[in-house]
Design a binder for this molecule. Structure first.
Ligand code: ADP
Ligand code: ASP
Ligand code: MG
Length: 419
């Protein structure tokens, strides 16, 4: 008997038929003697629908109220799943984040989990129940409902798995594992049976939405074995086959280590860029631009600064598109105080990245990336690099072309040679 956390995403919970299938799959694991905690997302499209209504009223709606609103999606799907489980004859019970509680900080719309009290979960499991806990949400120390950022149910699942010391956390989704890139963009993408934790962390942080970055961080920090697998297969499929399907995120240097220099392409469509032109080039200028952005709790990603001969500088930075309206408002207020000539705001930016542990020991990888992009006529606006990745910011209309060109240039459709 094992203690296992299952997470089911929006598509997996997308209709009553799908919810009934999730109940059947959970019933199969339960019947095999496992203790199961299930963390569902809201039904597909629901979080967008809810947040869309708020945006239609006010683009800059109060973020506390956005969380109050968005958290309802997971409450609906959790209760429906318990009803479907009970229909299968399985004793089950659902909890909202605040009922456990899942304690977070106060950063509405992107809160971080601080602690989880697993007592109620453990008590119910010991009574033979399946426990369903809403994904995506928590509660701050003053009792306000918070949410964990888009895709946050992955993080809820891994954090719960860590809190109750589960043997494994299974992320059931609408693809059958982690691919070399999003298979919806590149049909020749290849499923990887194993991905190193480090590479998964980079891929997630660079936009691969198959796992939310904080979920991967938690899995690393608390050594939670993590597997990504499909929820769209026959729920009655053989349990032993299912247990070994999908992609395992491996913490150890594994024996199946692939020899590819670049192992995956990540991308994010949700980028925006703000540029200040003609800023007097004095010490402290970067701070005077970015400090108000930090005060507004907006994360900055890429930064570029060019000094011209006339003693002024052009300063650009990228942010997540969901923070665009707020960032623009913040910068508009400081343009004149810092003496900049003008601000240009562009929310049609995408970021494309190549990721691979092998980049550490190989040179010329970035140059190969830039050549592949130039052959497609794609202009690079910004570049950032780390030991195991190179990212470029480009016009978002070229994003899919860039992903496919890079996938081909690095031959990711082909099985890499084993070391
Ligand atoms: P869920 O609702 O189950 O959380 P998401 O839509 O958040 O599912 O994540 C799964 C999606 O991630 C896939 O449908 C796929 O389009 C996308 N994706 C992006 N990059 C990858 C990748 N490298 N491997 C697999 N899927 C990817
Ligand atoms: N429902 C939330 C979202 O759409 C959380 C999740 O699905 O993981 O972002
Ligand atoms: Mg997701």
């Amino acid at each position: 008997m094992s203690l296992i956390v299952h997470k089911y995403g929006g598509t997996s919970m997308g209709s009553l038929e799908r919810i009934k299938n999730v109940a059947k799959r959970v019933a199969k694991w339960y019947a095999a003697g496992h203790k199961i905690v299930v963390v569902p997302s809201a039904m597909a499209g629901e979080t967008n629908r809810l947040l869309g209504m708020a945006k239609d009223i006010n683009e800059l709606a109060d973020r506390r109220e956005l969380d109050m609103l968005a958290a309802t999606g997971e409450q609906v799907s959790s209760a429906l799943l318990v009803i479907a489980l009970q229909n299968e004859g399985i004793p089950a019970r659902s909890y909202a984040g605040w009922q456990l509680p899942i304690r977070t900080d106060k950063s509405y719309t992107k809160a971080r989990i601080e602690s989880i009290n697993g007592d109620r979960i453990t008590k119910d499991l010991n009574k033979g129940k399946v426990v369903v806990v809403t994904g995506f949400q928590g509660v701050d120390e003053d009792g306000n409902i918070t949410t964990l950022g888009r895709g946050g149910s992955d993080t809820s699942a891994v954090a719960i798995a860590a809190a109750i010391k589960a043997e494994e956390c299974l992320i059931f989704t609408d693809v059958d594992g982690v691919y070399t890139t999003d298979p919806r963009i590149e049909p020749d993408a290849r499923r990887m049976p194993f991905v190193s934790f480090e590479e998964m962390l980079e891929m997630a942080s660079l936009g691969s939405k198959v796992l939310q970055i904080r979920a991967v961080e938690f899995a690393g920090k608390y050594h939670v074995p993590l597997r990504v697998l499909s929820s769209l297969t026959d729920p009655d499929m053989d349990l032993e086959v299912e247990k070994n399907s999908g992609t395992l995120i491996t913490l150890e240097e594994n024996t199946n280590m692939e020899a590819a220099v670049v192992s995956g392409i990540a991308f994010s469509r949700d980028e925006a860029k703000i540029t200040l032109l003609g800023v007097p080039d004095n010490p402290g200028v970067a701070h005077s631009i970015l400090d108000p952005i930090a005060q507004a709790n907006i994360d900055v990603d890429m930064i570029i600064q060019n000094t011209s001969v006339d003693g002024t500088t052009d300063f650009s930075f990228t942010i997540n598109r969901s923070d665009f309206a707020r960032a623009r408002e913040v910068i508009e207020q400081i343009v004149s105080t810092i003496g900049a000539r003008e601000m240009i705001a562009d929310d049609k930016i995408a970021k494309v990245s190549i990721v691979g542990i092998g980049m550490r020991s190989h040179s010329g990888v970035a140059a190969k990336m830039f050549r592949a992009l130039s052959q497609e006529g794609i202009n690079i606006m910004m570049i950032s690099t780390s030991e195991i990745k190179t990212s470029v910011a480009i016009e978002d209309k070229y994003m899919e072309l860039a992903v496919r060109a890079l996938h081909k240039a690095f031959e990711l459709d082909k099985e890499p040679v084993k070391l």
